[in-house]
Write a protein that binds this ligand. Structure first.
Ligand code: FUB
Length: 305
């Protein structure tokens, strides 16, 4: 009987609220793409600081770095959408993704909602150029690219195969060639099974993200507008994935967008909210917290104070 009154360690963690002060910077920024490159953490982000505040109309990306996840350096606006010479005059710079491969740093960027470009540099913080001179993915040019190929994210598996995830309303995945500059096969829809039918808001919206933990592939995404961050798991990076539950509940903001990084045995969850003074739907701020798993691999939902 006494056991009924005792909480397991993981249950206690679930009840511990995350302090909303885990903030990266007081400059407005969103859509974190988080990496550990050359002994430093880097966050590539949508730059909400200089947008109008009435739409997601940023035209550049912001960069933050940290050696220890405690103090963060604001590296400022590190790349403008004009790096892609083919970007339309009204194109917006939204949620990016990045990866280190072949001794180079690849920055995948949605350009204006219909195209994904890739910029490459020898360093993670500067010098990015567009080697292709054209979009890597473009709708309707590429079969099954979907109506809005945004929110690119790249995952490299243990066997060295890389995958590009993107899309709004329908999640997409495609293999990349070793060069990272060419698709390797057909763009496929990602199948998510077991989404609770009774909850019509529980569907794929945007922000696809793939990470692996203890041999299981975790596919996290935002349910849309507003966005709850939920997860599904599977045994193949291309899916299908089985719906498992909520990671971060709806916040009072129209979007959310997550990144998950594992370092030194700990898992960190990055997201954005609109809680900074003067902030809101289009002026967002990046925060993070530690993510915990149950023994069976379930993710413990995050509670925010
Ligand atoms: O920043 C613009 C859009 O808002 C992103 O592409 C989505 O993921 C959402 O966070």
């Amino acid at each position: 009987m006494k056991m009924n009154y005792l909480l397991s360690y993981s249950a206690m963690l679930a009840l511990m609220p995350v302090c909303a002060e885990n903030i990266v910077s007081k400059r407005f920024s969103a859509d974190p793409s988080v990496h550990f490159f050359n002994n430093k953490f880097y966050i590539y982000a949508t730059n909400d600081q200089d947008n109008s505040g009435s739409y997601w109309d940023s035209t550049d990306w912001r960069l933050f770095s940290s050696a220890d996840l405690k103090s963060w350096q604001d590296e400022g606006s590190f790349l403008d959408i004009s790096v892609f010479s083919w970007a339309g005059k009204t194109a917006k710079a939204w949620a990016p993704g990045a990866i280190e491969r072949n001794g180079k740093f690849y920055f995948f960027a949605p350009v204006g909602g219909k195209q994904i470009g890739v910029a490459v540099s020898d360093q993670p913080f500067t010098g990015f150029k567009d080697p292709l001179g054209k979009p890597l993915v473009e709708t309707p040019r590429d079969q099954n690219a979907g109506a809005e190929p945004i929110d690119p994210m790249v995952f490299v598996d243990k066997d060295d195969q890389s995958y590009l995830y993107f899309g709004t309303r329908i999640p997409k995945v495609v293999k990349l060639k070793q060069s990272m500059l060419e698709l390797n096969g057909e763009i496929q829809d990602i199948i998510i099974e077991g989404l609770p039918e009774a909850d019509t808001k529980k569907k794929y919206g945007e922000a696809p993200y793939l990470h692996e933990h203890n041999g299981v592939y975790y596919f996290t995404f935002s349910t849309g507008w507003p966005g709850q961050i939920v997860y599904a798991t599977g045994n193949n990076p291309m899916g299908p994935f089985n719906y498992r539950g909520v990671v971060l509940d709806y916040l009072p903001i129209s979007t959310n967008h997550q990144a998950i990084i594992e370092k030194d045995g700990k898992t960190y969850f990055f997201y954005h909210d609109g809680s900074l003074a003067g902030g809101g739907d289009h002026k967002r701020v990046i925060r993070f917290t530690e993510l915990h798993y149950e023994k069976d691999g379930s993710i413990l939902p995050i509670t925010i104070k």
